[in-house]
Design a protein around this ligand. Structure first.
Ligand SMILES: [Zn+2]
Length: 333
């Protein structure tokens, strides 16, 4: 034990503060909040690998970073990112949905993501940079001042305690973030949400392409999002090539991502998990819109979030079948 400790000390040539500074610069330069690799970091800023590993682990312990091990799924070979603190020892492959015992996985590499909750909710010691695309289409970097903590970004971002209405349901509203070009599929999704039990009232859904669920006349959408949205909004990202090709969608994703906590990426085929990028990453759990099992877990999640009564299993089966058929026709047509 003592030997290991001395080895650590030997390697710690730089103070934590000086590494932290370079870590911030590195994440801003790379414009990356996820897939951060300590070995690459060590090489790029020219410090000892052990020092970088120790630094990343420390930030993980403090909650700034979420650590992942990278493994290949034994069933389909897909690259899986498994959280270090996965408690139940089981991991569901996002590609083939196989349940894998984590102990049977062979570690290939490690990866870290910046813990967004620490940034948005403003734990006192928060020093990491937030990279945001807040204002219109201009990309913008907001730094949290080391000493003032989250106070330094007050007014720019709504923090946890502001504007939270106490409700029995966990989520207050659903926001459907999508490309204008996918609006026909979005209409089907809204129908499915009603089938699941979401009331047909504008207090429950926000969707820019659906009359009645969109921005009130005369209001600007980004202003509306800033004003109305808090972390209790459940965001459904309708991911497709159209979505990623739209600067407006990407800008909206950035703004919404930082204000909200719960996200469900729905993938519109042929869009694949591995194509997910930007604020969302391939670690984010997503659901293929045309897969029956995915829709079951989607329905379960919505039911839980909005404290809805359970649907009769036969009725849900019919609703789901209709939806899948509609989607199939739309995708083929
Ligand atoms: Zn798999």
């Amino acid at each position: 034990m003592k030997g290991i400790f001395i080895m650590y000390l030997k390697n710690m040539r730089n103070s934590k503060e000086s590494i932290m500074e370079r870590f911030e610069e590195w994440t801003i330069r790379k414009r990356k909040l996820d897939d951060l690799n300590p070995y690459k970091f060590a090489r790029e800023i020219n410090i000892d690998e052990n020092e970088a590993i120790y630094f990343f682990k420390e930030l993980e312990t403090e909650g700034y970073l979420i650590g992942y091990i990278i493994c290949d799924c034994p069933a389909c070979g897909n690259e899986c990112y498994v959280e270090h603190y996965n408690i139940d020892n089981l991991y569901e492959c996002e590609e083939c949905e196989e349940l894998i015992n984590i102990r049977n996985l062979r570690k290939k590499d490690v990866s870290y993501s910046i813990n967004k909750e620490m940034l948005v909710n403003g734990i006192k010691k928060c020093v990491n940079p937030i990279e945001l695309m807040l204002e219109e289409h201009n990309e913008k970097v907001i730094r949290i001042d080391r000493n003032k903590g989250v106070d330094s970004i007050k007014g720019k971002i709504k923090t946890k305690d502001e504007g939270v209405i106490k409700m029995e349901r966990k989520s207050t509203r659903i926001f459907i973030s999508h490309s204008e070009k996918d609006k026909v599929i979005v209409r089907k999704l809204i129908r499915l949400l009603h089938d699941i039990g979401i009331p047909k009232q504008k207090e429950f859904i926000f969707c820019s392409s659906y009359e009645g669920y969109n921005v009130p006349p005369g209001e600007d959408i980004s202003e509306y999002i800033r004003k109305e949205f808090d972390e209790n909004i459940l965001v459904i990202f309708m991911l497709s090539e159209n979505f990623y090709n739209s600067p407006a969608c990407l800008c909206e994703m950035g703004a919404v991502w930082v204000k909200t906590k719960k996200h469900i990426p729905l993938l519109i085929p042929p869009f694949q998990f591995k194509e997910i990028k930007g604020f969302l990453n391939s670690n984010t759990r997503g659901i293929h819109i045309n897969k029956s099992e995915g829709l079951d877990s989607f329905s379960k999640k919505i039911t839980e979030e909005f404290n809805l009564p359970n649907i009769d299993i036969t009725i849900w089966g019919n609703d789901k079948r209709d939806f899948l058929e509609d989607i199939k026709n739309l995708l083929e047509g």
